[in-house]
Design a protein around this ligand. Structure first.
Ligand code: NOJ
Length: 515
């Protein structure tokens, strides 16, 4: 272990509605998560990042919170939360919860009070309301990240309110001290309950440019992108984190903040990681990078250089609940899975923190053919189906080869699973030589015994391949189609994502050598 656990941890993202369903209502829950903690311990993860489980109308799968201090009854209650947290801690696993401070649900009591109050009232000052002058023309050209305008009129037609996401997710006004006080209190509520940290949703979005000026172009912006906008990555947002850091420091146990901060450069992202701000920020560069040695190397170098500048650990991410699963991104089928394993092995040998999204350890693919009637992502509805949305990476996990929803729950699952997923279930892969699950278990265990201390590039073994020494082992990754010779890097293989053939590493594969 390094001095701080969060500098080299493996952190596993649990998406509660799709992990495990203990009460048989078709949706995952906290008791389901608790029941699978032994599985996570065996996988070897250091911490769980739990996506939102708070009271919510679930218009954006829980990223629309109506009460920050209550558990949604679909997921359980505070007693279930405490039991889950206690079991995780007993297993040596930390728990990071998701905090959604950019917007509330429209069902939050503050927004309900704002709607009931008059324009100009203190209740409306907690959000961004603006008078309607022309019913056809919103206050600016901002577009919702889920599609359509970012402004919706109140029922009486007198005012607009801002929502960067769905109309059911009004943006909070962070110029209002009451909003600051409320979130500081929410932080303390969960810290007092014993959580080990927070993943901050849209951490780059809370502060908007003075006067809410138009964006360039037509006002559209992608959630998973790097475009500059007057509502993202404004300098003022850093002041919020400077007030949060002392709060978390008051608590013992080395607790952390992780930012979801989409910025236009790794350099801007690293500003969130200055010593008096946040501990980590997701680095999405490898989510956006094509599967090529040059693109990966560039992203790796940039993350290492920028984070060194602020003394923060690098983070490495391939998948999460907002993006297409990387098996599918890399072409799907046997090739997609081979590349996904190679990329994972690479990540697990880089210095820093690795995030694993639930199900990637089973080799799950994106489900591309979900019928429209089962879809729930607001992106799908707000774009009239033009954008398919994120449901395909949120399909519930298969735990058993057979049975109702492959062991996810007793009465089916909120999204249908592909028939082939029984073969990808935890049961089918457990103890099976060559399975993705056993590969992840082995890779995480070897990583723990061989902690990276840095990264030194070695001579390339081939055109679309690279090699490096991380201080504890030598890694070679072949992104190309043709095998590359690797005998010059070592003799004792610690792990290979595909068998070496005559001293050659096949295309779309990675190998670690003992130093
Ligand atoms: C980012 C979250 O990861 C995503 O799932 C959500 O829709 C938006 N933020 C809005 O909260």
């Amino acid at each position: 272990m390094s001095e701080h656990w969060w500098r080299d941890a493996v952190i596993y993202q649990v998406y509660p509605r799709s992990f495990a369903d203990a009460n048989g209502d078709g949706m995952g829950d906290l008791e389901g998560i608790r029941s699978r903690i032994p599985y996570l311990a065996e996988l070897g993860v250091d911490a769980i990042w739990l996506s939102p489980f708070y009271a919510s109308p679930q218009k954006d799968a829980g990223y629309d919170v109506s009460d920050y201090r209550r558990i949604d009854p679909r997921f359980g209650d505070l007693g279930d939360f405490d039991r889950m947290l206690a079991d995780a801690h007993a297993a040596g696993i930390r728990l990071i919860v998701d905090l959604v401070p950019n917007h509330t649900s429209s069902e939050h009591e503050w927004f309900q009070a704002a709607l009931a109050a008059a324009p100009g009232s203190p209740e409306r000052e907690r959000y961004h309301f603006r008078d309607v002058t022309d019913p056809e023309v919103p206050p600016n050209n901002w577009q919702s990240i889920f599609g359509g305008p970012a402004w919706t009129k109140t029922d009486d037609g007198k005012q607009w309110y801002l929502h960067l996401f769905d109309a059911s997710q009004p943006d909070l006004n962070w110029d209002n001290p009451e909003v600051h006080a409320e979130f500081q209190s929410v932080l303390r509520f969960w810290l007092d309950r014993g959580v080990d940290g927070f993943r901050i949703d849209v951490a780059h979005g809370m502060v908007k440019a003075e006067g809410l000026p138009d964006t360039g172009g037509d006002g559209t912006i992608e959630m998973i992108g790097t475009t500059q906008a007057p509502f993202f990555d404004q300098d003022g947002v850093h002041d919020i984190y400077r007030t949060w850091r002392p709060i978390i420091e008051e608590y013992e146990g080395d607790r952390i903040f992780v930012a979801e901060a989409w910025t236009d450069s790794a350099e801007r992202r690293s500003l969130y990681l200055r010593p008096d701000e946040l501990h980590q920020a997701f680095n999405f560069d490898l989510v956006l990078a094509p599967f090529s040695a040059a693109d990966f190397r560039k992203a790796i170098d940039s993350e290492i250089a920028n984070n060194a500048g602020v003394g923060a650990p690098c983070t490495w991410v391939l998948s999460n609940h907002d993006v297409q699963r990387h098996v599918t991104r890399y072409g799907g089928g046997a090739q997609g899975l081979a590349r996904a394993k190679a990329a994972t092995q690479l990540l697990l040998s880089l210095p820093g923190v690795v995030y694993v999204y639930q199900g990637e350890e089973l080799g799950l693919n994106e489900v591309l053919d979900l019928p429209a009637e089962v879809r729930e992502d607001p992106t799908f509805f707000r774009t009239g189906g033009a954008q398919i949305g994120r449901d395909g990476c949120r399909v519930p996990l298969p735990w058993t080869r057979e049975g109702s929803s492959f062991g996810f729950g007793a009465n089916g699952s909120w999204l249908p699973q592909p028939a082939e997923w029984g073969a990808l279930s935890a049961e089918a892969e457990d103890g099976t030589e060559g399975s993705t699950l056993e590969f992840y278990r082995a890779a995480i265990a070897i990583r723990k015994a061989h902690k990276a201390t840095g990264l030194t590039w070695l001579a390339d073994p081939g055109e679309d391949a690279f090699a490096f020494d991380n201080g504890a082992l030598v890694a070679v990754v072949n992104f190309g189609a043709d095998p590359v010779p690797v005998a010059q890097y070592g003799t004792e293989v610690l792990l290979a994502s595909a068998d070496l053939v005559d001293g050659q590493l096949p295309g779309g594969a990675a190998v670690w050598f003992e130093k």
